[in-house]
Design a protein. Structure first.
Length: 240
């Protein structure tokens, strides 16, 4: 049975033993809990989770006997939403504070089959310490490649997916801000071992090298309806 939590908050800069202004929030134990950036509160109130329809659509590709990989997990909306239809989830998030939000979401939701990884994935030549460019205050859009609108940089660890020696992967979501091709270069053994699972990936603008690489590995690429930058790489035998 998963540990259940409540939230106790204390005002900043007060004596630690002063309990007069403490606030306690008891969470619904049956709920999925998402720790989300406050900067987007108005959107969440009006529309719910980002990409909520896309997340729901992804459930058809998950299986309760296989692994779901959330590569570029942010605070875990995909991971938490798809954990119930997956045997196990590996959620990769290299940015430190965003990773902490991911862990908080997983812990408060009581999701014991989600494994949070505080490193990014890349190619063999990227492994080691890399500089992640932070471009927003909500934890989204951070990239190893962008030099535009950089607010600050953070040193993160990068490994290849193949180095984890995973198998039985049923579905992959990949949103890593122009590092998708590099991730795939470090994942071919894993993809082959898992029977070439479907991959939902982001691509902004024309990325011919990425598309050609994916198709050369035997995938077909299908644009996801209603999204101008999301694509599904799947085998010809998969029917949408």
């Amino acid at each position: 049975m998963s540990t259940k939590y409540f939230i106790l908050s204390k005002p900043k800069n007060t004596n630690i033993s002063d309990n007069t202004q403490n606030q306690i929030v008891v969470l619904n134990p049956q709920s999925e809990i998402h720790v989300l950036p406050k900067i987007n509160l108005e959107y969440y109130v009006q529309y719910g989770l980002f990409e909520n329809l896309l997340i729901e659509w992804c459930k058809q590709f998950c299986r309760t006997d296989s692994i779901f990989l959330d590569i570029g997990a942010h605070s875990g909306t995909y991971s938490i939403s798809l954990a119930g239809v997956s045997n196990r989830v590996y959620a990769f998030e290299p940015q430190r504070m965003t990773y902490y939000a991911l862990c908080g979401s997983v812990a408060l939701s009581g999701m014991e089959n989600i494994y949070c990884m505080n490193f990014g994935l890349g190619s063999p030549v990227q492994t080691g310490r890399q500089s992640l460019k932070i471009v927003s205050n909500d934890g989204g859009g951070s990239s190893l490649h962008s030099d535009v609108g950089v607010l600050r940089e953070e040193i993160v660890d990068i490994i290849t997916l193949d180095s984890m020696e995973l198998s039985n992967i049923g579905f992959i979501k990949m949103d890593v801000e122009e590092n998708e091709l590099y991730v795939l270069h470090g994942a071919l053994e894993t993809l082959e071992r898992s029977g070439w699972p479907p991959i939902l990936f982001e691509s902004n603008g024309e990325n011919r090298a990425l598309f050609e690489f994916i198709m050369n590995e035997g995938y077909q690429i299908i644009p996801v309806g209603g999204c101008n930058n999301m694509y599904l790489a799947c085998e010809h035998s998969i029917i949408i």
